[in-house]
Design a protein around this ligand. Structure first.
Ligand SMILES: O=C1C[C@@](O)(C(=O)O)C[C@@H](O)[C@@H]1O
Length: 258
């Protein structure tokens, strides 16, 4: 698609920002055992990357346990990139952490060297965001800045403004998820993605409208400018995700046509 030249992001041989949108599969296990069996299921369908949604993990505040588990997951994923995500309640996740605790956990895991990419909710306290981004970049870990609106869909200009703010805080990839209540909302998300990609983005974007109405936005990244899409292996981490295998086959159909 048309657009500005962007700085692609490559981790473990997977490049975000060129070619077919990359498929990321979430791991939502509550214990190391559950996570192990999710990884095994995920390896069978080979997404491009895995996301550890640590907010589903029971000993969330035990940094040593989280870090040890990150290491185990990375080993077990056998070369598949791992995105570390602590999704707070404010953004639709389960982590009941204040901004300081969120920052401490995320920074510690990044510094451990056991994750390949890190999600940072860019609307947490600016000092906390700055510290995580700095730690990640010192460690050579690309930052996926994120924002989620589970209640509705902001205007096109507001979505674009948020994605630009993410670039300003030093994100390497900028991600936004919104909840549509109409087909017009889905179009708003897609138009914001296209506008950002064509006019302002100098790095990869990941965007989606959630829920059944928004599913089309999870499939059409190649056309509108989203570099990745989340697909599930058994358990979804957000409404509207479909199975990795189905997702891949639709992406391939679209890819052949574009
Ligand atoms: O940010 C996102 C996107 C997401 O919310 C989705 O809608 O697919 C799923 C989350 O696990 C991930 O962290």
């Amino acid at each position: 698609m048309a657009g500005r030249a962007i700085r692609t992001v490559t981790v473990r041989g997977v490049t975000f920002g060129e070619g077919t949108p990359k498929v990321i599969a979430p791991l939502t296990g509550g214990s190391p055992e559950q996570l192990r069996s999710q990884v095994d299921a995920l390896l069978d369908v080979r997404p491009d990357a895995a996301e550890w949604r640590v907010d589903h993990f029971a000993p969330l505040t035990d940094t040593a346990a989280v870090t040890a588990t990150a290491r185990e997951l990375t080993d077990r994923l056998a070369g598949l990139p791992l995105l570390f995500t602590c999704r707070t309640r404010a953004e639709g996740g389960r982590a009941d952490l204040d901004d300081e605790a969120y920052g401490e956990l995320t920074t510690a895991v990044v510094r451990s060297g056991h994750v390949d990419l890190v999600d940072v909710e860019y609307r947490r306290a600016s000092e906390v965001v700055r510290r995580i981004v700095e730690a990640a970049h010192e460690q050579g870990v690309p930052v996926v800045a994120s924002n989620h609106d589970f209640s509705g869909t902001p205007s096109r200009d507001e979505i674009v403004a948020r994605l630009r703010e993410m670039q300003d805080v030093g994100a390497d990839i900028c991600k936004i998820a919104v909840m549509p209540h109409s087909a017009a909302d889905v179009l708003t998300l897609l138009d914001a993605t296209r506008t950002m990609r064509e006019e302002y983005a100098d790095r990869p974007l990941i965007t989606m409208a959630m829920g059944g109405l928004g599913l089309v936005s999870r499939l059409a990244g190649r056309v509108f400018g989203s570099a990745a899409t989340f697909g599930m292996v058994g358990t979804a981490s957000a409404p509207g995700q479909i199975d990795v295998a189905e997702l891949r086959s639709v992406l391939e159909v679209l890819d052949r046509a574009v």
